[in-house]
Design a protein around this ligand. Structure first.
Ligand code: ATP
Ligand code: MG
Length: 461
């Protein structure tokens, strides 16, 4: 059975358990026992907030921890607040140290006083490990890593390592990679479980390990971590501190979250909707505030189009049909610009392009723009000739189309580079933004070309 069909079946059962007479937690508990906590996520937001709280309250601590680690740090405090402190502590105790560090930080921001109590209920050792992790920047490798890795010595034999693994294995985040450290905790090699198991029992780790270890530092940016992991195809990367001492590992599951987060952020920015919270949890009022600021900026910029048209009012009064082509011309300019900006922003984000590639991109998009312009210009000329049989207007529109397509293509390709250069996220060269710029520029091009080609037909010409 696939997960979604399973959870569709589960929702009615869960609802019934939640509606048990007297809100009996035992009924709910019995229902939840046979269930994978991850399945709850599929319909998590179809439950009322109070129902979610009761579900977490009824879950065994271990499942509660799995569920919690999959919720956003905005939601975690709200859910936990509804539980008695000892139960919160029980759930937190089950989290892996990296998740615990994030959750504690969120709790602290949410209600420092209430959670001071919870903190005191935690096992001091677990707490110390998590608090050491909280010192790292959330957006860097230090904030993603867990200290639960397995370190072995180069002088141990394969047999000894296996015996060691049986002992420490249950608590490690992953046992697939073993890291070789020296007396000072410095990383000197890595070996996979496969390498270990297939080697002769008496061989020393130093003979089978890979001494050339790909590593990241605690201050490596999370996007960089994702890239290194993708480039080398490792599912785990060791993290070292400034002294080269190994302090933790970053696993691919945490990096997947990072990649999703970063992509969401970029897509929202590209759409000029840079909201920074879960969409499903955002209220209309909040969405209004977050979205309106950008929309107002765009509306105000759009008023420039009024100024341009106003300025050339006489021309339009004389040759009224010219107004009919405005939406088509500036719409096309916006589309061309938004299209190329999307391609360039994405290539910059994935590091396929760097600042130094600008000239190459400009030259490529100059040619692409000319091809697009030529195609649209020819179409435009024929179209106007067919419907209006006025060669001069047809030519003016053809030329305008060439210039607008070319210009839009170059603006759309250049703005992301300019933003990167200025230290602004290129994703903020959003499609709506490019469209606005191209509306104004397109109108200016249009009227200049019209005056040039139709000069004699116009007032004063
Ligand atoms: P293979 O696929 O080569 O048989 P494997 O199945 O034992 O190896 P993989 O997970 O595929 O293990 O890893 C490939 C190799 O990469 C292993 O030899 C492992 O020691 C090595 N390795 C793992 N992590 C790192 C790292 N951070 N830096 C360098 N090498 C690493
Ligand atoms: Mg392999």
């Amino acid at each position: 059975m696939n997960p979604s069909s399973e959870s569709t079946d589960l929702l009615p059962g869960l609802k019934a358990a939640l509606d048990a007479p007297g809100e009996d937690l035992e009924v709910l508990r019995t229902f939840l026992v046979g269930m994978r906590p991850q399945s709850l996520l599929e319909f998590w937001y179809e439950l009322e907030p109070s129902e979610r709280e009761r579900v977490v309250a009824a879950l065994p601590a271990e499942s509660g921890a799995v569920l919690l680690s999959n919720l956003s740090t905005e939601e975690q405090p709200e859910i936990l607040q509804a539980l008695p402190p000892h139960q919160v502590a029980g759930v937190l105790q089950e989290l892996s140290p990296d998740d615990l560090a994030d959750t504690l930080q969120a709790l602290d921001e949410f209600d420092p006083e209430q959670f001071q109590g919870v903190r005191e209920l935690l096992d001091p050792e677990t707490l110390a490990v998590a608090e050491a992790l909280s010192g790292y920047d959330e957006e860097e490798a230090g904030g993603l890593m867990t200290p639960e890795f397995i370190a072995v010595r180069a002088t141990m034999t394969a047999e000894q390592v296996l015996a060691f693994l049986r002992r420490v294995g249950p608590d490690a985040e992953t046992i697939y990679y073993l890291y070789v450290t020296d007396g000072d905790g410095r990383l000197s090699g890595v070996l996979s479980l496969r390498q270990l198991i297939i080697s002769a029992p008496h061989r020393q780790v130093r003979e089978i390990m890979n001494p050339d270890v790909v590593r990241i530092r605690t201050d490596t940016d999370q996007e960089e971590v994702a890239r290194i992991m993708a480039d080398y195809d490792f599912s785990v990367l060791p993290v070292v501190d400034d002294d080269g001492q190994m302090v933790g590992i970053v696993t691919v599951d945490d990096v997947l979250d990072v990649v999703t987060e970063e992509a969401t952020e970029d897509i929202r920015r590209l759409g000029a909707a840079p909201i920074d919270i879960d969409y499903v949890r955002a209220s209309p009022w909040l969405l209004f505030r977050k979205r309106a600021s950008w929309l107002i900026l765009l509306v105000v910029s759009m008023t420039l189009t009024f100024n341009v048209i106003n300025h050339y009012e006489d021309i339009i009064a004389e040759v009224v049909i010219l107004a009919a082509f405005i939406p088509l011309l500036i719409g096309t300019g916006g589309n061309v610009g938004a299209q190329v900006a999307t391609l360039v922003v994405r290539a910059l984000a994935t590091r396929e392009l760097e600042l130094r590639d600008y000239v190459r991109v400009f030259w490529k998009e100059l040619r692409t723009g000319l091809l697009l312009g030529a195609a649209f210009g020819a179409f435009m000329t024929l179209y106007v000739l067919f419907f209006r049989a006025e060669p001069r207007i047809a030519v003016a529109l053809g030329i305008t189309m060439v210039l607008i397509a070319l210009c839009a293509n170059l603006v759309g390709a250049s703005l992301p580079f300019l933003f990167r250069k200025l230290g602004i996220d290129p994703a903020l060269t959003s499609s709506p933004g490019i469209t606005t710029v191209m509306d104004v520029v397109g109108l200016l091009i249009y009227f200049r070309v019209v005056i040039w080609v139709l000069g004699p037909m116009l007032p004063g010409g």
